[in-house]
Ligand binder design. Structure first.
Ligand SMILES: Nc1ncnc2c1ncn2[C@@H]1O[C@H](COP(=O)(O)OP(=O)(O)OP(=O)(O)O)[C@@H](O)[C@H]1O
Length: 410
């Protein structure tokens, strides 16, 4: 007779990725010392977590996972790149009802690329959970394909708001048994661009006893109205005592508008860029700058919301897999995009708001790693620079002639 498997046998089946030995800041290491096993998660989920290379929960995961498992509404604010995605996906995957054929959980995000990325993380975490179906539904894809897909079982739906509302109104997507709603980049979802769509989804189609969780690094006062109307005694988490990421060194270079490309050229030649994202304030400027960078002889992709979706997907995929060193982007890539190899962010155009600044620079320095953020500042930007420094209580220093590699290359 075969011996009964030892209770710990599943551990030998886990295939974790190679250990990441890079330095990490206390934004992610200052934990209470919890282990993922302390949350009594199912083994299949634990296996997925460890195979992602997550050894221990980060501070936001420690704070949010137990509360979310208990079903309570959450309003969570934590720094960029500190593991919010895992903080909301892990409880969803633990609680999802596999017997149900319609979604138990809906994750809403503001951009299509972020939806794809989040669905991928969800699938990886769930890869050992038999039968669990993750679906991504966003604008810019074929309606027919989406409709066909909704006729199959779906357990976790990751989506952008417009398409979900459309599908739900057509009665193709059914949310009446969807008991968990997560709004990632919640403040963006509650901006005028999306808020009426959000309110319709929640008020008209979701069950009254749903759990709602809001996650972001930034919660301007505008979120208060929604919170008071839709959340029931939310558990509030605020891990933002200090606003900017510890690992990111922030510099500015004072330049005339006409000298910006020349300045960028100098930065390219002096810095050790692993991968960079260069932000412009308009679609036209993105395309123009990408052309100029290519003319200078540097490899460069560009992305913005007015490109066909297929092209956007291709650029996102190829940049993520390291096919190109530099990406010029509009604010489409400001939030949530997680590309570990990005060590330099350049604000070719300085953003107008401190929220945008914070999210943009947070594309480097992911999960406590080091990164560099450089803003090109014109005479017109000078008051904005001062205001954003004040609002974020941070220091953006003039760029020194030589930037120490240790600040962003380890
Ligand atoms: N517990 C963990 N251990 C190790 N790595 C982790 C852990 N949790 C998350 N990560 C990694 O950290 C990176 C950042 O995580 P994530 O994208 O969830 O951050 P975020 O807080 O949502 O950021 P943003 O505010 O920019 O959206 C990802 O590459 C993720 O795989």
């Amino acid at each position: 007779m075969a011996a009964a498997p030892a209770p710990d046998d599943w551990r030998s089946l886990v295939k974790p990725p190679p250990k990441d030995t890079r330095f990490r800041t206390s934004d992610v290491t200052a934990t209470k010392g919890n282990e993922f096993e302390d949350y009594y998660l199912k083994r299949e989920l634990l296996m997925g977590i460890y195979e992602m290379g997550f050894e221990q929960p980060s501070p936001i995961q420690e704070a949010a996972i137990p509360v979310s498992l208990a079903g309570r509404d959450i309003l969570a604010r934590a720094k960029n790149g500190t593991g919010k995605t895992g903080a909301y996906l892990i409880p969803i995957l633990e609680r999802v009802d596999l017997k149900q054929t319609v979604a138990s959980a809906l994750v809403l995000v503001p951009t299509r690329e972020l939806a794809l990325q989040t669905a991928q993380v969800c699938k990886r975490l769930a890869r050992h959970i038999d039968g669990l179906q993750v679906m991504v539904s966003t604008g810019g894809t074929s309606l027919k394909d989406d409709i066909m897909r909704f006729y199959q079982p779906v357990h976790v739906l990751v989506a952008t708001p417009g398409r979900v509302l459309d599908m739900t109104r057509k009665n193709v997507c059914k949310l009446d048994r969807c008991s968990m709603l997560v709004m990632d980049e919640a403040d963006k979802l509650l901006s005028p661009e999306f808020s009426h769509v959000l309110e319709q989804i929640i008020s008209n189609f979701m069950p009254p006893d749903r759990q709602i969780s809001l996650f972001s690094a930034t919660f301007p006062i505008t979120v208060k109205g929604f919170r008071d109307r839709y959340l029931r005694k939310p558990y509030e988490i605020n891990l933002m005592d200090e606003l900017t990421l510890q690992g990111i060194t922030q510099y500015y270079a004072f330049v005339e508008e006409s000298k910006k490309v020349h300045c960028l050229n100098t930065l390219f030649s002096k810095l050790q860029i692993n991968q960079s994202i260069i932000f412009c304030n308009s679609v036209n400027r993105v395309e123009l700058l990408a052309r100029k960078i290519t003319d200078l002889g540097y490899s460069c992709f560009y992305i913005h919301a007015r490109m066909p979706q297929e092209q956007r997907n291709r650029v996102f995929h190829d940049f993520r897999s390291g096919a190109c060193r530099n990406l010029v982007s509009s604010d489409l890539f400001t939030r949530g995009i997680d590309i570990q190899a990005v060590n330099v962010v350049i604000n070719f155009d300085f953003p107008k708001s401190s929220e945008t600044y914070l999210h943009r620079v947070g594309r480097s320095g992911r999960f406590g790693h080091r990164g560099l953020a450089i803003s090109l500042i014109t005479y017109e930007d000078r008051f904005n620079l001062y205001r954003i420094e004040q609002e974020l209580d941070t220091e953006i220093s003039p760029i020194p002639p030589l930037v120490d590699k240790a600040l962003y290359c380890v």
